[in-house]
Design a protein. Structure first.
Lengths: 148, 138
């Protein structure tokens, strides 16, 4: 049975920034079958009172994934084929738009087992701010690692 | 977009459901690229089999993005305060997801009227894939 190293609790990820690109927002809208034009047509977005294309509710997760690669998973004993997504939470403070530069500061806040150690849960929390230092969102992600 | 009328909204009211096309490999390839999630479990059957899965399967965040569409077709995204899910089951190729939601609570917080919603995704066999909740301002 694999044991996830508890020492990763409290570990912080190197902060990183991501520029929100309009083209990728349009690609994301296509990939999820979005039909509301405010998410892929700038003029529809402006007609609805937005400055340009908004970042849709779950896309912060995708922007966070642009974090530079590191080997923290391997060091903690996590194997990618054994990982499932357990829970995902977003708290929103203000909108973000194409052209914004978003700043991500994340850390591992908990590791715990369920089912007598057959499953380990790794919880990560990230604060998202924009180029003006304004608080945009909080992200909480829980990964499940199948240990058996 | 027709916004929900705060005065008329009641606990138990349902959101217009969102019925998606069945998941296929193209859906997953496009979502992998568009979402920056390049985990091969979702796009490479050889890798998935080595990981003990019979085939590739949908990204959890694809299902959550569909729930996001359910919410933003009902309420302007500027009114979305919280969006939480638990992934309850794997969404397999061929699964046709229906996203649905209902109002479970009406309350006031931070000086605004808010509604709490219970949301879920299920496939064509009624198997629950995602359960969650959201808080929106009214």
């Amino acid at each position: 049975m694999i044991v996830i190293d508890r020492k990763i609790i409290g570990m912080t990820f190197a902060a990183h920034s991501a520029v929100v690109e309009a083209g990728q927002l349009r690609f994301f809208a296509k990939a999820i079958g979005e039909t509301n034009p405010i998410y892929f047509d700038e003029s529809a977005a402006r007609d609805a009172g937005h400055p340009t294309l908004p970042v849709p509710p779950t896309f912060f997760f995708s922007l966070e994934l642009t974090r530079p690669e590191s080997n923290w998973r391997e060091q903690a004993g996590i194997q990618l084929p054994r990982v499932l997504h357990g829970e995902q939470q977003f708290t929103y403070h203000r909108m973000a738009y194409a052209g914004d530069t978003l700043h991500f500061e994340g850390r591992i806040t908990d590791v715990y087992d369920k089912k007598n150690g057959a499953l380990s849960f790794v919880v990560m929390e990230t604060t998202v701010t924009n180029q003006r230092g304004e608080h945009v969102a909080d992200i909480r992600k829980s990964l499940v690692h199948r240990n058996g | 977009m027709t916004q929900p009328e705060r005065k008329a909204l009641k606990v138990g009211d349902t959101l217009p459901p969102l019925v998606l096309a069945p998941v296929n490999r193209t859906t997953l390839a496009l979502f992998a690229g568009a979402s920056n999630d390049h985990n091969p479990m979702h796009i490479d059957i050889d890798f998935a089999r080595k990981g003990g899965m019979p085939d590739v399967f949908a990204h959890g965040m694809l299902g959550m993005a569909w729930l996001g569409r359910l919410l933003t077709q009902w309420v302007d995204q500027r009114q979305l305060r919280q969006f939480n899910v638990r992934f309850a089951g794997i969404t397999h190729l061929g699964n046709q997801i229906t996203a649905s939601g209902r109002v479970t609570e009406l309350f006031e917080a931070d000086g605004e009227h808010r509604a709490k919603l219970e949301i879920q995704s299920a496939n064509q066999y009624g198997e629950i894939k995602i359960v969650g909740d959201a808080i929106v301002a009214l």
